[in-house]
Write a protein that binds this ligand. Structure first.
Ligand code: SF4
Ligand code: SF4
Length: 160
């Protein structure tokens, strides 16, 4: 449980994980943000209005998955590194995950790297598809990785 261990169990994420049908349609943001804190950059980062308006700065974010196109702008905007984009339509066998990454060195595009779960344990291998690191990302690069489809809700980090 997040409050005790520092990482979220999959059961705690049922509120934020899109339906299987929506996931199959293509890229969508998943805000794994479960603690009420005064924070809302995700809301202003999304140009499509896909984050529902906060009534209070402490509200938990909610993504309107029908408005979200998986662009990933919110991923680097989140100071909690809590937002991921998952695209289960990436290809026949793999899902694409866009994740925030603040370590150096940055991974290298095209390389295979260890894939980590939310606990930081190695659960398989990921292929680095793209490294996005622009000035507007303000030192939170976004790494695109390909993983087996069955791992799309398990892998949430990498080790370069
Ligand atoms: S991925 Fe893009 S469209 Fe979706 S919530 Fe984030 S900023 Fe909005
Ligand atoms: S920016 Fe990140 S940490 Fe802040 S409310 Fe949004 S999802 Fe949660």
């Amino acid at each position: 449980m997040l409050a005790n261990s520092g990482y979220a169990e999959i059961e705690e994420l049922s509120r934020v994980i899109p339906s299987k049908e929506r996931l199959a349609k293509g890229a969508v943001a998943i805000a794994e943000c479960l603690q009420s804190i005064p924070c809302n950059p995700c809301n202003s980062a999304c140009k499509r209005g896909a984050f529902l308006a906060f009534k209070d700065i402490n509200d938990l974010p909610t993504v309107d998955v029908e408005r979200c196109n998986g662009c990933g702008l919110c991923v680097s905007a989140c100071p909690g590194l809590a937002i991921f984009v998952v695209d289960e339509s990436f290809n026949e066998t793999e899902a694409l995950i866009k994740l925030p990454y603040e370590f150096l060195p940055l991974p290298i595009e095209g390389k295979d790297v260890p894939a980590l779960d939310r606990k930081g344990e190695i659960v398989g291998t990921a292929r680095v598809v793209k490294v996005q690191n622009t000035k507007t990302m303000d030192r939170t690069p976004v790494i695109w990785i390909a993983v087996p489809k069955a791992m799309s809700m398990i892998v949430r980090n990498i080790r370069p």
